[in-house]
Design a protein around this ligand. Structure first.
Ligand code: HXC
Ligand code: NAP
Length: 303
């Protein structure tokens, strides 16, 4: 057994229909694939119908599941309602929603036009809210105990320069997750989020980790567990959160990043200290301890 294998038992999502926004590429496609393997019907939607149709063919061939591709810009509520209508017409009802669509790119903030901020915030925050609202209204009216999974980021907590619109929007998504998890718990609707670290995808790598900066990113050095994420690891977590096995989990955000976000710990730079230096430092600290026990020792720092 290892992290690149499926985790849940066969049929764990049988009888469920799950909408995955941005399900034609990257992490959305990988999550969709695993949901299908576990018995779910999957609806994938995004702006590029050709990409969705190609992905649907590939996923159906690989899993023997059923995939409905629907063109939809998550910034457009009418198109979202059409996705829902088509999903119900094809599969009977919808049980789950994964808000995975996103827009993002690195840039000094002072270089951004007003439109550049709008485009990212509208896709990530407004789109996630619109889709969740559409599903929430439908679930409440039809007494369906639906489940939402929002794909956030670790910098939604910490903030991050050079991706400010995305950080603002993803932070809003987390707040929405927690707020609605409480408000809609009375309907049996659950909302959770995941905060992934780096998982290689073309969409993210083209816009966030350009080749000329490869050395600066050096994930294997920067990430405490010395590697990037494997898509199946994220799919395992997502499937658990979409399944009834997580029925008592709501309003939660699970970080899956190999420890990357912990890098801001105040003393974490000490990983560069050698064993020999630790010997010396340890001796110095013990000496200082002994000295401080003696009366009349100075109260000033020694260096
Ligand atoms: C500055 C930029 C820019 C850049 C776009 N813009 N790219 N400004 N630097 N690199 C500006 C444009 O000039 C324009 O403003 C405005 O943004 C809209 O750009 P368009 O290209 O017209 O928009 P559109 O075609 O709708 O594309 C949306 C997009 C694009 C968000 C800009 O990147 C996209 O389609 N992304 C979808 C996929 C994606 O981003 N995947 C990555 C997710 S990864 P003006 O004023 O000039 O007209 C992720 C991971 C995070 O989120 C964590 C990683 C560890
Ligand atoms: P990706 O392949 O580029 O996925 C983004 C998806 O969003 C695409 O399928 C895109 O499809 C869709 N999309 C963009 N704008 C849209 C719009 N207006 N309406 C509908 N769909 C839209 O990148 P990814 O890496 O897999 O990212 C997936 C999710 O994981 C995102 O939420 C991202 O923030 C998150 N994430 C990724 C990483 C990582 O390391 N990869 C880390 C942390 C978080 P169209 O272009 O066809 O619309």
């Amino acid at each position: 057994m290892n992290h690149s294998q499926g985790m849940l038992r066969d049929g764990a999502l049988a009888g469920k229909t799950i909408i995955v926004t941005g399900g034609g590429t990257g992490l959305g496609k990988s999550m969709s694939r695993y949901f299908l393997e576990l018995g779910a019907h999957v609806v994938i939607c995004s702006r590029r119908l050709g990409v969705l149709e190609e992905a649907a063919r590939e996923l159906e061939a690989a899993t023997a599941g059923q995939v409905l591709p629907v063109e939809c810009d998550v910034r457009n509520p009418q198109q979202i309602e059409q996705v829902l209508e088509q999903a119900i017409a094809r599969f009977g009802q919808v049980d789950g929603l994964v808000n995975n669509s996103a827009g993002n790119f690195i840039s000094p903030t002072e270089r951004l036009s007003y439109k550049a901020v709008d485009v990212v915030v509208d896709i990530v925050l407004r789109g996630t809210y619109y889709f969740t609202l559409a599903l929430g209204k439908y679930w409440i009216e039809n007494k369906i105990k639906g489940t939402v999974l929002n794909i956030s980021t670790t910098y939604a907590w910490t903030g991050s320069g050079w991706v400010v619109p995305s950080a603002m929007a993803k932070a809003g998504v987390l707040t929405m997750t927690k707020s609605l998890a409480f408000e809609w718990a009375k309907y049996g609707i659950r909302l959770n989020a995941v905060a992934p670290g780096p998982f290689p995808t073309k969409g993210a790598w083209d816009r966030l980790f350009p080749e000329e900066l490869t050395e600066k990113f050096a994930f294997e050095n920067r990430i405490p567990l010395h590697r990037v994420g494997d898509h199946q690891e994220l799919a395992n977590l997502a499937a658990y959160l979409m399944s009834d096995f997580s029925g008592y989990v709501t309003g939660e955000v699970i970080t899956i990043d190999g420890g990357e976000v912990l890098g801001g710990g105040q003393f974490n730079f000490l990983h560069e200290v050698t064993d020999e230096q630790w010997d010396t430092i340890g001796e110095q600290i013990k000496q200082a301890n002994r000295a401080s026990k003696k009366e009349g020792s100075s109260d000033q720092p020694s260096a």
